[in-house]
Design a protein around this ligand. Structure first.
Ligand SMILES: Cc1cc2nc3c(=O)[nH]c(=O)nc-3n(C[C@H](O)[C@H](O)[C@H](O)COP(=O)(O)OP(=O)(O)OC[C@H]3O[C@@H](n4cnc5c(N)ncnc54)[C@H](O)[C@@H]3O)c2cc1C
Length: 414
C-alpha cells in the first residue's frame, strides 16, 4: 500500500521503518529539515521497562481521594497555566479508574518495545550509543518505603529489580559522589539507556536505501479522508495515500482539530543538559534516576546527560534557565568531575504530548484510512518501537503481539 507518515520524530521513524519492512511504499512528511528535531532531539534516553521516571506514569492512587487530589504531582503548573491544562493535570494525576490495567498496559508495551528495538537493531546492524541497567536512588528510608507498592506492582508484572545497599549501588556506579546521602537503591537490570536521535538517524538511512521518500520542510495542514486520504500541504498541491499515520507529536492537535475530546491531550515541557565526559572514571556507567529530585542522569556515549523537570504552559527563557541550573546541580552533586563544562555543552528544552490517562493513542482514527500513533508522554523513546509494530500489524489486519485494547484512540473521541 501507499502509506504516508506525518512526523519524523522517533515515533514516526519507527512507524515508517516497520511499514517499509511489511513491504509498503512509505512517504514521510516532516516540517523540519531533518529527523528527530523536536521532542526526540535530546531526550534523556532512558529505555525504561520499569517506567521508573516519575513522569512516566502518575503516582499510584492513594487510599483517600482527597489525599490523591492534594498530593504533589511530578508535572508542575506554573503561574499562568490555562484552565484547560489545569483540568488536564487533575485528570492525569488523580484518575484512579483502571489504574492497574493502564499501568500494566504501559509496562507491557514498554517491555515489548525494548524487545522490538533489540530485534530491529540486530537485523539491520544498527549500532548506537547505549548502555545497560537503570539505578533508582533513595536518599531516605521513607522514600524507599514510599516506592514499595510500585516495586511490588512491577514485580507482579515480571519486571526484575534488586534492592541494593548504598555500598552495592556504588559498586554498580562507582563514580557516585561519596558525599551523596544514600539510603539505598533499586537496580532494574533490564532497563537501558540509548541515544534516541542517533537511532532515528540510523532508521532514516535504512529507509532511504529501501526506497522510502522523505519530504522535509513540508508542513501538513490538513487531512481529507475519502476513498483515499488527501494530505493538504502548505504551499504545495495535496497528495493522496491509501493510509496515513499521524505521528506528529505536538503538531497532532492542530492536525486533528476537534476529532479528539477537549482536555484529552496536553503539552508538557522538559529539559536536558549534555556535556562531554571529562574523565570517564567520574561518569555514570548507565542510567541513574534520583527519586528525591525526580531528575535523571545517564551516559550518552562520550557525553553525560541530565534530564527532567516537567511543566505545563509555555516555554520561557527564565524557565529554561531555572531548569538547566537544577540539571547542572544534580550532575555536579551526583557525579562530580564527570563533565567538561568548558566546551560543547548543550542546553535543551522540548515538549511532548501527554494523554489524560497516561497511555499513548495507537490505532485507527475516526476517519477511514487515518491512524494515530502519538501522545507517548515521557515514554516516547521507550515505547516507540513497540507502538510502531502494533500500528503496522493493525494496518496489515493482523492482531498485534501485545494487547493494544487500552491504547485505542476512540477512547478520546469528541
Ligand atoms: C527533556 C526530555 C527528556 C525525555 N526523556 C525521555 C526518556 O528518557 N525516555 C523516553 O522514553 N522518553 C523521554 N522523553 C519523551 C520522548 O522524548 C518523547 O515522547 C518522544 O520523543 C516523542 O516522539 P514523537 O516522534 O512522538 O514526537 P517528536 O519527536 O516531537 O516528533 C514529531 C514530529 O512531527 C513533526 N510534525 C508535527 N506536525 C507536523 C505537521 N503538521 N507537518 C509535518 N510535520 C509535523 C514535528 O516537526 C516533529 O518532528 C523525554 C522528553 C523530553 C522533552
Amino acid at each position: 500500500m501507499k502509506i504516508a507518515v506525518i512526523g519524523a520524530g522517533i515515533v514516526g521513524m519507527c512507524t515508517a521503518y516497520e511499514l517499509a519492512l511489511d513491504g509498503h511504499a512509505v512517504s514521510i512528511f516532516e516540517r523540519n529539515a531533518s529527523v528527530a528535531e523536536e521532542a526526540s532531539f535530546a531526550c534523556g534516553g532512558h529505555l525504561s521497562t520499569s517506567l521508573a521516571h516519575p513522569q512516566s506514569f502518575p503516582a499510584r492512587p492513594k487510599e483517600s481521594g482527597l489525599r490523591r487530589l492534594l498530593a504533589a504531582s511530578s508535572i508542575s503548573a506554573p503561574l499562568g497555566t490555562s484552565l484547560r491544562d489545569l483540568r488536564w493535570l487533575l485528570a492525569w494525576k488523580s484518575d484512579s479508574r483502571d489504574f492497574e490495567q493502564r499501568f500494566a498496559s504501559a509496562q507491557a508495551l514498554a517491555s515489548y518495545s525494548l524487545q522490538r528495538l533489540h530485534a530491529l537493531a540486530a537485523q539491520a546492524h544498527l549500532v548506537y550509543e547505549q548502555s545497560q541497567g537503570q539505578l533508582l536512588l533513595f536518599a531516605s528510608e521513607a522514600q524507599q518505603a514510599a516506592y514499595q507498592p510500585q516495586q511490588k506492582a512491577l514485580s507482579a508484572l515480571g519486571v526484575l529489580s534488586r534492592a541494593l545497599t548504598p555500598e552495592q549501588a556504588r559498586v554498580l556506579e562507582p563514580a557516585l559522589s561519596a558525599d551523596l546521602p544514600l539510603h539505598g537503591a533499586l537496580v532494574f537490570p533490564h532497563d537501558e539507556i540509548g541515544n534516541c536521535r542517533q537511532f532515528a538517524h540510523l532508521l532514516k538511512d535504512k529507509l532511504l536505501s529501501s526506497g522510502a521518500q522523505f519530504h522535509f520542510g513540508t508542513t501538513v495542514t490538513g487531512l481529507a479522508a475519502g476513498a483515499r486520504v488527501a494530505l493538504e500541504l502548505q504551499g504545495m498541491p495535496s497528495l493522496d495515500f491509501e493510509q496515513v499515520v499521524v505521528c506528529a507529536g505536538t503538531g497532532a492537535t492542530a492536525l486533528l482539530g476537534k476529532q479528539l475530546r477537549r482536555g484529552a491531550l496536553a503539552k508538557v515541557w522538559s529539559s536536558s543538559v549534555s556535556a562531554p565526559i571529562r574523565e570517564p572514571l567520574n561518569a555514570p556507567h548507565s542510567a541513574v534516576m534520583d527519586y528525591q529530585s525526580q531528575l535523571a542522569i545517564g551516559r550518552m556515549g562520550t557525553r553525560v546527560r541530565a534530564s527532567g523537570g516537567a511543566a505545563l504552559g509555555q516555554a520561557s527563557p527564565k524557565g529554561i534557565e531555572q531548569a538547566s541550573q537544577r540539571l547542572f546541580q544534580i550532575l555536579q552533586s551526583h557525579f562530580p568531575g564527570a563533565a567538561d563544562y568548558s566546551r560543547g555543552v548543550q542546553i535543551w528544552q522540548g515538549s511532548s504530548i501527554f494523554s489524560a490517562d497516561a497511555l499513548p493513542l495507537v490505532g485507527p482514527a475516526d476517519a477511514s484510512g487515518v491512524w494515530l500513533n502519538l501522545a507517548h508522554g515521557h515514554n516516547g523513546w521507550s515505547l516507540a518501537c513497540g507502538a510502531a509494530r502494533v500500528i503496522a500489524d493493525q494496518i496489515a489486519g493482523r492482531a498485534p503481539e501485545v494487547d493494544s485494547t487500552l491504547l485505542q484512540p476512540g477512547r478520546f473521541k469528541s
